[in-house]
Design a protein around this ligand. Structure first.
Ligand code: UT7
Length: 350
């Protein structure tokens, strides 16, 4: 990938002091540049029509209400760690990087393999990487949250190469008898590799320009899993008050995109790509119209992937990158809302 090829100067003096010196001295600001993107999707695809054979639902209802046509479903070997490792390896290869370039791994997931160790560290071992890593739980907002934490690590000089992964196997926490939820989700993983850099020579700021995170724990009961890893008696199923979540999503995501643009002094016309969390086509359309973007400027995967929670944004980025839509210098707006409730945005210059 040639989206971000430059790197910051070597880490001397020690990283934390160097970052502070950069801020004080007014020199180029070190940012997290998007250096590589990768993805993994399970091979098994389940269409709406197949679901309609075992549930009281129809392709027409699912498409009309959500925009979903099919979803990938993990087989037994396709665990969170398995898919995350493949997506991460693809992101590293895309960046022309190796495991030796990874200082930190942040894995956003609501479906880790085990309570501990963190699935991020299963990925670290599989890749042969070092440094540190941890899982992050923010449901469907997980990738935006993880991107924000990674950005902070890079800005303060604590890490120079960070893998940010979203990997989910929601098929294992769905009640397959509940047509109100089980038709909505799919499995998969996406990853980006962030590299510390300044964007020098390109004439403009590049990398993660801003992230904004929000949460309201009082709304925890409108979208949650009624169990936990480590509770074999209660492995847990996803429960959702769909209409309520929908209402909050439309309101909060509209605020989130306005907030991201205002914080950067940018007009909505500056946005080249909207890469939203893929929960419902009607929600995505609402935000698109608010930004006054043509349909072809929105990366949409929901028709084929359904809602893959924390994996949906990096999966969409990977698709748009693979088919050549993403180009250096373009401005990409990411937004997501999920259980918690959690929501947020990230603005990235490629
Ligand atoms: O990623 C995290 C964030 N999640 C979201 O953003 C999801 C937000 N919510 C939504 O996307 C929508 O609320 C849903 C797609 C989940 C549901 O759409 P809705 O327009 O809010 O439908 P509803 O839940 O009000 O259900 C309408 C009707 C009901 O029947 P009655 O009571 O009107 O007779 C449901 O029982 O549709 C029925 N229904 C279904 N019918 C066929 C619910 N699920 C299905 C189904 N097939 N799969």
């Amino acid at each position: 990938m040639d989206l971000a090829t430059d790197t910051a100067p070597p880490a001397s003096p020690p990283p934390a002091r160097r970052a502070a010196a950069v801020e004080r001295g007014g020199g180029p600001v070190v940012r997290a540049l998007l250096a590589g993107i990768g993805a993994y999707l399970p091979q098994t695809v389940v269409t709406n029509d197949e679901l309609a054979q075992r549930l009281e639902t129809s392709d027409a209802w699912i498409r009309e209400r959500t925009g979903i046509g099919a979803r990938h479903i993990a087989q037994a070997h396709e665990t969170c760690a398995f898919m995350a490792t493949r997506a991460a390896a693809a992101a590293l290869a895309d960046a022309g990087a190796t495991a030796a370039d990874v200082d930190a791994i942040i894995l956003a997931t609501a479906t880790p393999d085990e309570a501990f160790p963190a699935t991020a560290l299963r990925v670290q071992a599989a890749l042969g990487a070092h440094g540190f890593g941890f899982d992050l739980s923010a449901a469907c907002s997980g990738f935006v949250y993880a991107l924000s934490v990674a950005d902070a690590l890079v800005r303060v000089g604590q890490a120079r190469g960070v893998l940010v992964i979203g990997s989910e196997v929601y098929s294992r926490i769905l009640d397959w008898r509940d047509r109100g939820t089980c038709v909505l989700f799919g499995d998969g993983a996406g990853a980006v590799f962030l590299r510390a850099g300044t964007g020098e020579g390109t004439g403009r700021d590049r990398g993660i320009l801003s992230t904004h995170l929000h949460a309201d724990g009082r709304l925890g009961d409108i979208l949650y899993v009624d169990g936990a890893v480590g509770r074999p008696d209660r492995p847990g199923h996803l429960k959702m008050q769909g209409k309520e979540v929908f209402r909050h999503a439309v309101l909060r995501l509209a605020e989130a995109v306005d907030e991201a643009l205002a914080a950067n002094g940018l007009d909505r016309s500056a946005v080249d790509w909207l890469v939203p969390h893929q929960a419902n086509l009607r929600i995505i359309e609402g935000i698109r119209k608010r930004l006054d973007l043509p349909v072809e400027r929105v990366v949409r995967t929901i028709e084929r992937h359904a809602n893959t929670s924390a994996a949906s944004i990096p999966l969409a980025l990977a698709e748009a990158h693979a088919d050549g839509r993403l180009r250096p210098g373009q401005l990409v707006l990411l937004e997501a809302l999920g259980g918690g409730l959690t929501w947020g945005s990230a603005l990235v210059r490629l």
